[in-house]
Design a protein around this ligand. Sequence first.
Ligand code: SAM
Length: 276
Amino acid sequence: MRFDLISIFPNFFASVFEYGILNRARTSGLVDIATHDLRAFTQDRHRTVDDRPFGGGEGMVLKLGPIYDAVSSLNIPHKQQRDPQRETVILLSAQGRPFTQKVAQELAKKERVVLICGRYEGVDERVSELLCDQELSIGDYVLSGGELAAAVIVDAVVRLLPGALGHPDSSRFESFGAHDVAEDVSGGPPRTTHGSGGILDYPHYTRPAEFEGRVVPEVLQGGNHDAIRLWRRKMALRKTLENRPDLIEKVELSEQDRRLLREIEAELRRGSGEPA
Ligand code: SAM
């Protein structure tokens, strides 16, 4: 897989991809990440990439011309000729559709992804119309530029590439995991993470078992795998209910999930900070 990142600050990415999973994926040849300096595609001696907005108003707007030339230099088919299974050109924008784990999974299947980073007040709208297949937003807030958003997308996508993670199943069994693994019914020791099925991950603990009076839940210190599995599922549901109730409404819940949710709601009504 190859990413091309177009930015007026290509050095921004100099060290971002040099750590952990991303670094391993790059050095093992699983992914190629190329950065392109937008100013290299300007024609004037000031290397101008922006201009004042038509209609007036605050700030400057990134011009179409340099971005057009930058994308043309990448040897990627024109918008109408692209194979959507293989390649996509994306504009990072606060006005884009939300970037989610599902979108990351879609992108991980492509051979090439081009990410165009905006700056200033934004980008001439014709960049999106003429060059881009989609606009993506990484959240409901406004960043100063698309570079952080591009880095977020690259990270989330690369860890989904087969071979990027130590265990091939790891990315299936975490927050927002696939909907077909709502419960890990495989038996045996519980996995590091198991079967989120579209909700959030459960809490993790490691040694020491006690720190400043906070004790690791007893069930995790015993060897009862079924009890551990049930506790983890309950805690995942509880965390999701507390932090992201919208997700609970979207996922398919088992009878056991519904029973656990009733227990959690009762606990929360009683105001008990600790699960029973
Ligand atoms: N005027 C724009 C608006 O109100 O939507 C904000 C422009 S922002 C200051 C500059 C650039 O940062 C955008 O062109 C985009 O590339 C990037 N950006 C800002 N927020 C973003 C977000 N939530 N997701 C992705 N990119 C974002």
